[in-house]
Design a binder for this molecule. Sequence first.
Ligand code: UDP
Length: 460
Amino acid sequence: MADATDRDDRTPHILIVLYPAQGHINPMLQFSKRLQKRGLKISLVTTNFIARTSHSIPSSFPLLTISDGYDDGGFASAESAQIYLDSLRQFGSESLREVLLRLSTSASPADCVVYDSFLSWALDIANEFEISTAVFFTQSCAVADIYYHVYKGLIELPLPDRAIEIPGLPPLQPPEFPSFIHQLGTYPAYYDLLVNQYANVDKADWIFCNTFYELEREVLECLKRIWPAIRAVGPSIPSGFLDGRIEDDRDYGFSLFNPDGDVSLKWLDGRRKGSVVYVSFGSLGKVPAEQMEEMAGCLKSSDWQFLWVVRTSDVEKLPKNFMAETRERGLVVRWCQQLEVLAHEAVGCFVTHCGWNSTLEGVSLGVPMVAVPGWTDQATNAKFITDVWKVGLKAPTNDNGVVNREALLQCIEEVMVGDKSNEIRQNAGIWKVLAQQVFEAGGSFDGVVHEFLTKRVSLF
Ligand code: UDP
């Protein structure tokens, strides 16, 4: 590695190594934009497949590619998640090593590798080159805390049938845990990935989390005792929706999906303030058929107008004629500019699967939420939405784990109008202001970047 004197006369070069999924790319990309704004040279590292097939890629960053072993078909063409993740680790490690080697003899060697916590092998490769490292957690700190306790063997598994206390967190009932822990054995490949991301985390120079201090204060304070290098750098969403310090930044700009142009926004333009229910279950699709049916039944029987993102993989689960029968009140799209939609004054509530990005986007834009969590970390996020930040309600599920139409409708009603709604809106407004303050000049984000540039890693 070039020493500090060599580096004095050149701009520090940071590699941002992305995990190939929309919900992972988005926050690290925003973080990259903010570092770039401070004058750092940033290169994004993604897989050959993502680089070749994405609908939009930001032109403001050099893009370096690595292989996941599935250059032609990506994750979808792998035989199983386990096989894909093993391949990503093997081919990703080899090709990241090649990238770092190439850069080491260039005019701009890498000074720091910031990697998604799902790619813990990236730290080992960076260490071979004695390059400093920062791990970036794209899930909440609460979820990071839970998996850490599992990794350390500090939580009884299978979970006992009672509330469980973990430092920094409210007592959690078993169904409020990430699904891979609550329902052990359902996705062993992801369980292993998530639990083992802590195996080398102590070696990282920095631990960045896509959250903000006020939002997860207790858990951050606890984690700081375990990892002094942990810092909150979120909410990592486009600056245009928070502080506006990055010009024209109203889109993540790296989209794996085909955007709908401004169809949704034009449709919203014609609607009354706070009159539309926005429904989205995230980027991965595959909502259970019964849940799709109940959602459709709820929207059809309600009087609310709605905008519903139904991913291509879920379209065939819509009841026949649903779109024709609801055309007067609703619009179904395959993908939309979610942040613009959430910021639109016509939107009155967000029915969400509680992916961490969607959760943070809803919180940061002050949109009341109806939580319909599915798998992975979503149930834990839903718990915080309802019981900790009190910015929404969680719809109860039936014996099949599905929220039926009546329960959904009741939650939507309560979040849209009435006393409960007023309380939720008030809380949502408070969180929105707190999220904006993070990025004000001299705010907590500036403090973290200053530290990052001057201490520990000592990039200058
Ligand atoms: N998103 C979007 N348009 C859509 C649906 C989702 O731009 O129509 C974005 C959303 O803003 C969020 C990301 O996709 O940034 C989804 O990430 P999240 O963590 O919420 O869920 P995941 O897709 O990982 O389950």
